[in-house]
Design a protein around this ligand. Structure first.
Ligand SMILES: [Zn+2]
Length: 437
């Protein structure tokens, strides 16, 4: 009898330890095993097809399930044989690519590690279907909307896009128990009142106008808590809660309303971290969520961890702020004045030059910049001589000690500036302006 108990205890320990994959383990395994090699923003439809060929070679089920407006193939990947149906979709917005790469890495990982006890459990318990890159036409152009210029995420009721109709059909034909709606958000979104970037934000979608909760929504809050704890290992303080009112045109809301409670994951950015880091965070979040469904740890997770996440905020953080500059608008021959100037970068594919635009001028002491420069010893001149909101963030800097004839023809030639800032970079005089942190 004692011996039997001992065996039982040993077996229990073996199972629990083999299931005890931590978030850090997931991250380390992503480092070693991820198949995505391009920055997600550079993944075109043809690159996706190459990745999917790799998955097929590993033995994964990949099939074409529909076509885009421009007749590009849309695919679904399936893994697992279990009764609990999990549905995930990415890049409904063409310029929101992080999750597509993370899904590919997740499926490759699950397939390659089926020998592991906890992966076996996942395979037995779950069937996961995912549509990577629902909007391949938008992805090709790196734009949010599809080729009809319709925002697919506002087409859940009208269903005028082939991509939206496909998403609804895939859900309705299968009735999954849980949905993951995977997006990217503005890189300057902040966590609550802090100036910290919201690198990842969660929303357990309610799916009704009355804010009535239900069992699926409560479960999803607990799963968001599991993912939050997992990601706090890497980005503590950079996790937010997506604040979104019920929208009967949006898929997250409607898929929840149709009977598949949805978790929205919005990936933002983290200064000085590349896109691949964000892929890794997504990978860790998905595996943590799926594992918690299978080993039932989500049942004991604390939904208050999700409730306590600060809501996303915007408008408090800029890409660059130049503090206390003396602004010279030579094109209108007005008096120089002192101001802080903030500029933001546009969303672009990796390695492309990033245009910047002036977003705020004046006393910006209550705002933060990801990078800030002390310009108190300099004149700041917009390249065309007019500092205006919306103008390009191309600046010439002149030391205040210099005597400059601002009316000079071809100012840059007659009076070469001490420093030039253009497209988010110093092209002359780098390090001349002290950097503030
Ligand atoms: Zn989006």
């Amino acid at each position: 009898m004692k011996f039997a108990l001992l065996i039982a205890a040993v077996l229990f320990l073996l199972t629990t330890t083999s299931l005890a994959q931590t978030a850090k383990d997931f991250a380390a395994e992503w480092d070693k095993q991820h198949i995505s090699s391009l920055p997600p923003s550079n993944v075109r439809h043809k690159d996706l097809q190459k990745y999917l060929e790799q998955l097929k070679k590993l033995g994964l089920k990949v099939e074409e399930v529909g076509r885009s407006y421009a007749n590009r193939e849309i695919y679904q990947i399936e893994w697992g044989t279990g009764a609990t149906k999990v549905f995930m979709w990415s890049q409904m917005h063409g310029d929101e690519p992080t999750a597509t790469s993370a899904l590919l890495d997740m499926f490759a990982y699950l397939q390659n590690n089926r020998g592991k006890t906890w992966v076996k459990e996942l395979e037995k318990t779950l069937t996961i279907r995912a549509v990577p890159m629902l909007n391949p036409d938008g992805a090709e152009l790196f734009q949010r909307r599809n080729l009809q210029s319709i925002d697919i995420n506002r087409d859940a009721a009208a269903l005028e896009t082939s991509e939206g109709r496909l998403l609804k059909k895939l859900r309705d034909d299968w009735s999954p128990a849980i949905g993951f709606n995977l997006h990217n958000q503005n890189s300057l979104t902040t966590v609550g009142k802090t100036d910290k970037q919201a690198t990842i934000s969660f929303l357990a979608v309610l799916g009704n106008a009355e804010n009535k909760s239900n069992e699926g929504h409560e479960r999803n809050k607990r799963i968001c808590a599991v993912m939050t704890l997992a990601l706090e290992n890497f980005i503590k303080g950079h996790i937010g809660r997506y604040d979104d009112a019920y929208n009967p045109r949006a898929f997250g809301d409607m898929i929840s309303a149709w009977g598949t409670p949805v978790i929205l994951i919005e990936t933002g950015a983290l200064h000085n971290k590349d896109e691949q880091f964000l892929v890794k965070l997504n990978f860790v979040a998905y595996l943590s969520a799926l594992k918690s469904l299978v080993d039932k740890s989500e049942r004991s997770a604390n939904p208050k961890i999700y409730d306590a996440l600060p809501f996303n905020n915007s408008g408090n953080l800029f890409n660059f702020i130049f503090r206390n500059a003396k602004v010279v608008n030579f094109a209108e021959k007005s008096e120089p004045f002192t101001a802080d100037v903030a500029i933001n970068a546009e969303r672009r594919r990796a390695n492309e030059s990033v245009p910047t635009y002036i977003r705020e001028i004046g006393d910006l002491s209550v705002f933060s910049g990801l990078e800030e420069f002390d310009a108190k010893d300099f004149y700041l001149v917009q390249k065309n001589g007019l500092l205006r909101i919306g103008a390009s963030g191309e600046f010439l800097f002149y030391k205040k000690t210099r005597k400059i004839d601002w009316a000079a023809k071809d100012l840059e030639k007659s009076f070469p500036p001490d420093a030039i800032f253009s497209n988010g970079k110093w092209t002359k005089g780098e390090k001349l302006l002290p950097k503030k942190f």
